[in-house]
Design a protein around this ligand. Structure first.
Ligand SMILES: [Zn+2]
Length: 111
């Protein structure tokens, strides 16, 4: 997926079009992400016990990852990403290949 946990994203389709938020959950198998304050569903919670009250709670629902675009942390613009492979040292000091995302707008490494 082109977005990861804690990425800042902008919604590019649907009812939350143009809104931005932080990715709080990734569901790669379903190609969905949960973004804070985006795609909020009102859940009507009915009181089941005498000491609880019926209430409406906001629940953040996951949205399709194709409906969001990454906001580049460097240029702060919605950007498509390219990938490059870099050799980096892992915890054991070995050189391993790692995919790094690059902003197509400003060319900065994202991670
Ligand atoms: Zn950028």
């Amino acid at each position: 997926m082109h977005v990861k946990l804690n990425d800042e994203v902008i919604v590019i389709s649907g009812k939350d079009l143009g809104k931005t938020g932080r990715v709080i959950k990734c569901l790669p198998k379903e190609h969905r992400v949960t973004v804070e304050n985006i795609n909020i569903a009102k859940r009507h919670m009915k009181a089941r016990r005498a000491d609880t009250q019926s209430q409406i709670v906001d629940k953040v629902m996951p949205i399709d990852v194709s409906n969001v675009m990454l906001i580049c942390p460097k240029c702060k613009k919605p950007a498509r990403t390219a990938h490059k492979v870099e050799r980096v040292q892992n915890d054991e000091g070995k050189l391993v290949r790692q995919m790094i995302r690059v902003c197509k707008k400003c060319g900065a490494d994202i991670d």
